[in-house]
Design a binder for this molecule. Structure first.
Ligand SMILES: [Zn+2]
Length: 113
């Protein structure tokens, strides 16, 4: 029997939450986007500013994966807007898990024994 090539990643939701200062960028509390595998999705008609998105993107692949319980990547849920004058925070939540197959996401073969 061939070994399964399945793996799982966390599904993520990134939501705008109010910080201590007023928001400068074009985001409002409750705005959000979701990530499943490599696919971002936004609610119909909702926009998301480019610069905060660019700052968030490097964190998301790590947050999709299992991390050590002591790792800050596991415990820290909120990151600040990269605009130092903007009060927005972005809460990254793991909302579930999706299963993917190695053979469907890459052409690099798995090493088999
Ligand atoms: Zn902002």
């Amino acid at each position: 029997m061939a070994a399964s090539d399945e793996f799982t990643l966390y599904d993520l939701r990134v939501e705008v939450v109010a910080g201590d200062a007023p928001m400068v960028c074009n985001h409002r509390p409750g705005d959000y986007f979701e990530l499943s595998g490599e696919n971002l999705s936004f609610p119909p008609g909702q926009t998301f500013p480019l610069y905060p998105l660019a700052a968030l993107l490097p964190l998301l692949p790590a947050k999709q994966r299992d991390t050590h319980p002591n790792d800050w990547m596991t415990t820290d849920m909120e990151v600040a807007c990269p605009d130092p004058l903007c009060g927005a925070r972005f809460r990254i939540s793991r909302t579930g898990r999706s299963t993917f197959r190695h053979g469907e996401v890459t052409r690099v073969p798995l090493e088999t024994e």
